[in-house]
Design a protein around this ligand. Structure first.
Ligand code: PLP
Length: 378
């Protein structure tokens, strides 16, 4: 089976981890500071700080932004559940707004109607590496005095008008989970230009510890720190990232060209000004002859690692159907997610599938994938 992902771990990562192990300083320290500096440079932000995963990058940032129980955060339902959970975790309310059928990202035209006097923030998710329509979203946020937190967990290296995602909103969050374009196994990063917010983030992620260090603590916080062993892998992965994104984009463009031969297949659209980093290559199938699930099964039996990752959008997940059991439900009024109908997310949930697009694909792999489509779709 051609795998949907293939993390690249070379001698560089092994040597970097060895150096940290030999130094005896394993916890978050100077190697993490180096990764933060390099990551901030890469994304074009003033500051970056590591966290132990992408979920805590999001929840730490939201908490530092001062969100309170019952505050509403508008986000996409067509995402990995962690986007919504990071909001619900801190007692805030995920308000799901439907997506656009071509980009699979938040539809800005629908955002305004979802804004209430409890709305505090918008969390666009750059799904599969495709940037959200940030210009439009930032305009709406500004006119309603809302904060914008970018869920860039799948989008390292993606750009809007030449600017890297994570540098566009008030704060950005990245995941370095094992399958991501840049990966450390588990890990995460928060980016921002706002020094005051950064100070708060640093406290939230480290038990409210003051800047002076030591054992003075000023607010409730967590241990969301990342180990230097992990950051050492991150530095090597960041070096690989630009080339990896370029290769992913070349693979994606090759697929776009060849899949245009099939009327029933519609790739995720890269709109002008938006540059995807193709964490996943996930087109939709609109066919009367074959369902999406049949196509995924057929591709898999041809040895192509295909999947349908968000068949069930967040509002239809048990988590949100059972939100009344969540501890914050004693204090917070949640919407009735079970009666929510978000037609585009539900439809894309039933039509999308992904095929391997990672930079380790060989020419033979790509030929094999193309031939599988010819065989299945004729
Ligand atoms: C869109 C999105 N948001 C958040 C996360 C959470 O990241 P992590 O798994 O590192 O906690 C992920 C990770 O898969 C993700 O894909």
């Amino acid at each position: 089976m051609i795998p949907f992902t293939k993390p690249i771990v070379g001698e560089e990562e092994i040597e970097a981890v060895k150096r940290v192990l030999e130094s005896g300083m394993l916890a978050e320290g100077k190697v993490s500071r180096e990764l933060e500096k390099l990551f901030a440079e890469y994304t074009g932000t003033k500051f970056a700080t590591v966290t132990n995963n992408g979920t805590t990058a999001l929840s730490t940032a939201l908490e530092a932004m001062g969100l309170e129980p019952g505050d509403e955060v508008i986000t996409s339902p067509f995402t990995f559940i962690a986007s919504a959970n990071s909001i619900a975790m801190i007692g805030a309310v995920p308000v799901f707004v439907d997506i656009k059928p071509d980009t699979y990202n938040l539809d800005p035209e629908l955002i305004e109607d979802a804004i209430t006097d409890k709305t505090r923030a918008i969390m666009p998710v750059h799904i599969f590496g495709m940037p959200s329509d940030m210009n439009h979203i930032l305009e709406i946020a500004e006119s309603h005095d809302l904060q914008v937190i970018e869920d860039a967990c799948q989008a390292h290296g993606a750009e809007v008008d030449g600017k890297k995602v994570g540098s566009l909103g008030h704060v950005g969050a990245f995941s370095f989970y094992a399958t991501k374009n840049m990966m450390t196994g588990e890990g995460g990063m928060i980016t921002t230009d706002n020094e005051e917010l950064l100070d708060e983030i640093l406290m939230v992620k480290n038990h409210g510890r003051g800047k002076e260090g030591g054992y003075s603590h000023y607010r409730i916080g967590y241990n969301n720190r990342m180990m230097d062993i992990v950051s050492a892998i991150g530095i090597e992965q960041l070096r690989r990232l630009p080339k990896a994104v370029k290769q992913r984009r070349e693979n994606a463009k090759e697929y776009d060209d060849f899949l245009s031969e099939f009327d029933s297949i519609s790739p995720q659209a890269e709109k002008p000004g938006l540059m995807s980093s193709y964490h996943l290559y996930a087109p939709c199938i609109y066919s009367e002859k074959i369902t999406r699930d049949e196509l995924v099964t057929a591709l898999r039996s041809e040895g192509v690692g295909s999947r349908a990752v968000y068949a069930l959008p967040c509002h239809l997940q048990g988590t949100y159907l059972n939100i009344h059991k969540w501890r914050w439900a004693k204090f917070v009024d949640y919407p009735n997610y079970s009666s929510m109908h978000l037609p585009v997310s539900e439809e894309i949930g039933q039509r999308h599938f992904d095929i391997p697009v990672h930079p380790s694909l060989t020419e033979e792999d790509k030929e094999h994938i193309k031939n599988a489509f010819y065989k299945i779709l004729g």
